[in-house]
Design a protein around this ligand. Structure first.
Ligand code: ZN
Ligand code: ZN
Length: 114
């Protein structure tokens, strides 16, 4: 009979029976493990699990977005060295490459980094 495994109490990840450690259960996501009896007695806060899943999702999305940005940042500036739009003509805005470079550059001028 198969015992239903509770999700990981740390990250909400799926628990799997460890082949390398018989009787132990581990988490695929974060690598934590415990004996089966201990594992299923752990209290999982559903809110925490939801939060962890949401966070992971957001992280994956941010990583994807940054990868896309990095690709765009490889593009040459269509204006030459520097977009006039960066300073003098904000309405037209910089070209895609310059915008990506600006987004990747660490900003210290923007307040309220929350
Ligand atoms: Zn985990
Ligand atoms: Zn440009």
């Amino acid at each position: 009979m198969k015992v239903a495994l509770k999700p990981c109490p740390f990250c909400g990840g799926e628990a799997v029976a460890l082949v390398t450690r018989p009787g132990d259960v581990g988490c695929d996501e974060c690598g934590s493990f415990a004996a089966l009896s201990t594992w299923n007695r752990r209290v999982v806060d559903p809110a925490l699990a939801t939060f962890a899943a949401t966070l992971k999702h957001a992280e994956a999305r941010a990583e994807k977005a940054e990868a896309a940005l990095r690709e765009l940042a490889e593009l040459d500036c269509v204006y030459g060295d520097e977009c006039p739009g960066l300073r003098s003509n904000p309405r037209h805005g910089p070209c895609v490459g310059c915008r990506a470079r600006a987004a990747l550059a660490p900003t210290t001028t923007e307040g309220g980094a929350k």
